[in-house]
Design a protein around this ligand. Structure first.
Ligand code: ADP
Ligand code: ZN
Length: 213
């Protein structure tokens, strides 16, 4: 499958992507994970991206397009991909469309995960992330077996730098201003599946049904 996952921070894009990769070997491509990896490694890309990310602002489009142009042409994308956190602006969506035409790849559709704001806020403040493999935990509903240690890879499980209250509130504002218009964009392209659900199982089932239709 070749899908775009749209939704506010905390809507469950990452969790749904991980469940979908298990179905058919498609790869999850998370621009957030790629950028966090670059910051951790101290690469040029990481140095350019770090301050934007910490404040909860978007990283400039040209940096993101550079990453994605390279990433989408790697071999593992041939069996399918789930774009998690990209595109995030109308210019990124336009450039993605142009890029996919150029490399001769066709998307199935874009999925909008529509989750109420109070659920989102609660999830983001209680969310914890593995610095090693990116696995997502929740201190209330899904803590790791040993506090602060990833069940899957043993690396530290931490609260992200951009999950302070101020940064979360900014990320939600940025989402509404810059990313929410993509729902309309993909609806006009006749490529949108919109799902109102708080359970990842329900979301995955709806995606599966549309893929099989
Ligand atoms: P979220 O949980 O907010 O969806 P991500 O892990 O997808 O978080 O992204 C974390 C941060 O990385 C964003 O706040 C932003 O600074 C940067 N980022 C990720 N993807 C993009 C993108 N497509 N365009 C611009 N910035 C991005
Ligand atoms: Zn891990």
């Amino acid at each position: 499958m070749k899908l775009i996952l749209l939704g506010a921070p905390g809507a469950g894009k990452g969790t749904v992507a991980k469940m979908l990769t298990a179905m058919d070997g498609s790869v999850q491509i998370s621009t957030g994970d790629i950028l966090r990896g670059a910051v951790k490694d101290g690469s040029e890309l990481g140095k350019k991206a770090e301050a934007f990310m910490k404040a909860g602002d978007l990283v400039p489009d040209d940096l993101i397009m550079g990453i994605m142009e390279e990433r989408l042409q790697q071999d593992d994308c041939k069996s399918g991909f789930l774009l998690d956190g990209f595109p995030r602006t109308i210019p990124q969506a336009n450039e993605l469309k142009e890029l996919l035409t150029r490399i001769n790849v066709e998307l199935d559709f874009a999925v909008e995960l529509d989750v109420p704001r109070d659920v989102i806020l609660d999830r983001l403040t209680t969310r914890r992330t593995c610095v090693g493999c990116g696995a997502i935990y929740n201190v209330k509903s899904m803590p790791p077996k040993v506090e602060g240690v990833c069940d899957k890879c043993g690396a530290d499980v931490v609260q992200r730098d951009d999950e302070t209250e101020a940064a979360i509130s900014n990320r939600l504002d940025v989402y509404n201003e810059k990313t929410a218009p993509l729902v309309d964009f993909y609806s006009k392209e006749d490529m949108l599946l919109s799902i109102t659900a708080t359970s990842s199982d329900v979301v995955v089932a709806a995606i599966k049904e549309k893929l099989e239709a």
